[in-house]
Design a protein around this ligand. Structure first.
Ligand code: HEM
Length: 422
């Protein structure tokens, strides 16, 4: 058995990739610091078993400890009955009909980005796409959460304390400490909101108004703060990363970019679209799906078995760390034709139908799948509807960006591109 330290680190993705190429569907790696072995399961049948059919037998496991430092006991990190209650209370805030109420926020932020990109196209001719994407996603989630109160929390959005998440590459305990200081400011805002009782529509209000279906109880201030911090982090880097990778893939695949531009031109400005309107961008959706196939932001799902289980015909004892990596599953040679090639045709409907449903899991699956899936797809597709009709991004780094595979899978350095107005 191979022996390696495993975690959400840049080296882990390399180790897992190598072992997967050599050993395939199911393998074990000895992890010295944990004095035990971690199983890595990549067959879609095992994915289904761990995430769906036998999900009650798994907790989130090792990967989540570091995240908990940052996010407290929010919905991403909590377990058991408490998680179930929070998930039930939050679920309706992410329905399609609710998500589309953020249309004007998404629109205004795309227009702000568009103004900057137009200026760049006229002056330097270059943009830092990674930075732009990150800023867009952060501003959208912050405004969706706090509406006008954001100004009270962050008087100047360009000089905002949450921007540390955007600029600060450190993901260490000091960063976590500073991040928790922000939680204090959020708590102050929650108190103001409770006192004011004004009709509002934003995610914070939805959290304040949510009631436990069994007991009728609301969330406490501390619980709301943890959920808010969770949504800022979970809703920002993941979406930003998909925007970033997708722009890079378009820039390096001009034929795909041309087809995207044609579709966007034919469809025109979807403006304040409903969720159902997004169906009018089938090719763009395939491009985004393909981008998340090759570069799934949530590239590593960590779980730990509570009782024994059987995966791939092998007995897995209780208390075993089981990793599922969407990055590996999405490149499984038995489930994907030319798995290393960027080709949106992987998502042509006949191919999708013929494929195992659990060979594609960018938002995970089962009860703990991403609660923000609708939110992010809405934001991403509207971004491209706005920007791909106006701008052509080309001439990126000549080589594929290095991967930074920590909690999220990102480009190791910022992607700079040449920009032209269409
Ligand atoms: C492209 C964008 C996104 C991707 C690829 C993504 C991916 C994922 C994945 C893979 C998980 C499962 C993690 C695990 O089981 O260990 C997850 C969970 C979660 N995501 Fe997302 N996410 C995205 C956007 C968002 C957004 C926009 C939000 C919120 C506004 C969000 C909020 C959450 C939350 C709260 C969870 C935890 C759910 C639970 O455990 O019940 N995500 N996401």
């Amino acid at each position: 058995m191979q022996s390696h330290e495993l975690g959400s680190t840049d080296e882990t993705i390399v180790v897992l990739r190598r072992a997967f190429d050599e050993l395939g569907d199911l393998f074990r790696i000895h992890v010295p610091s944990r004095g035990g072995s971690t199983w890595v399961a990549s067959h879609p049948d095992d994915v289904k078993r761990v995430l769906v059919t036998n999900h009650r037998n798994y907790t989130k496991g090792v990967g989540i400890d570091r995240v908990r430092l940052l996010l407290g006991n929010g919905i991403m990190t909590s377990e058991g009955e408490f998680w179930r209650r929070q998930r039930r209370m939050m679920q309706s805030a992410f329905h399609r009909r609710v998500v589309e109420r953020y249309a004007s926020i998404v629109r205004e932020e795309n227009e702000a980005l568009g103004a900057e990109w137009s200026a760049a196209a006229r002056s330097t001719g270059g943009v830092n796409v990674t930075y732009s994407a990150s800023r867009l996603a952060l501003r959208v989630i912050l405004r969706a959460l706090f509406d006008d109160d954001l100004r009270q929390l962050v008087p100047d959005l360009d000089n905002n304390p949450f921007a540390a998440i955007l600029q600060d590459a450190r993901r260490d305990t000091r960063f976590a400490y500073e991040f928790r200081q922000l939680a204090r400011d959020v708590k102050a805002l929650v108190e103001v909101r409770r006192a004011r009782r004004q009709e509002r529509f934003d995610l914070l209000q939805l959290l304040l108004d949510a009631r436990d279906a069994d007991t009728g109880e609301a969330m406490s201030d501390a619980e709301i703060v943890d959920e808010v911090m969770t949504l800022v982090v979970a809703g920002h880097e993941t979406t930003a990363s998909t925007l970033n990778w997708t722009w890079w893939l378009l820039a390096t695949h001009p034929a795909v970019a041309r087809r995207v531009a044609e579709e966007q031109r034919d469809v025109g400005d979807l403006g304040h679209a409903s969720y159902a309107d997004l169906i009018r961008l089938p090719y763009m959706r395939q491009v985004v799906d393909e981008s998340m196939r090759l570069y799934p932001p949530g590239w590593l799902l960590t779980r730990r078995s509570i009782g024994p289980d059987t995966l791939g015909g092998h007995a897995v004892p209780a208390g075993t760390d089981v990793f599922i990596s969407p990055y590996l599953v999405h490149r499984h040679p038995q489930h994907w034709r030319l798995p290393e090639t960027f080709d949106p045709r992987h998502f042509d409907p006949p191919q999708v139908e013929a494929r195992h449903a659990f060979a594609y899991i960018p938002f995970a699956a089962g009860p703990r799948h991403c609660i923000g899936q609708n939110f992010s797809l809405y934001e991403i597709l509207l971004h491209f509807n706005y920007a791909a009709r106006r701008f052509r991004l080309t001439d990126p780094q000549p080589v594929q960006p290095f991967l930074e595979a920590r909690i999220n899978l990102r480009t190791a350095s910022d992607v700079h591109m040449r920009i032209q107005q269409r």
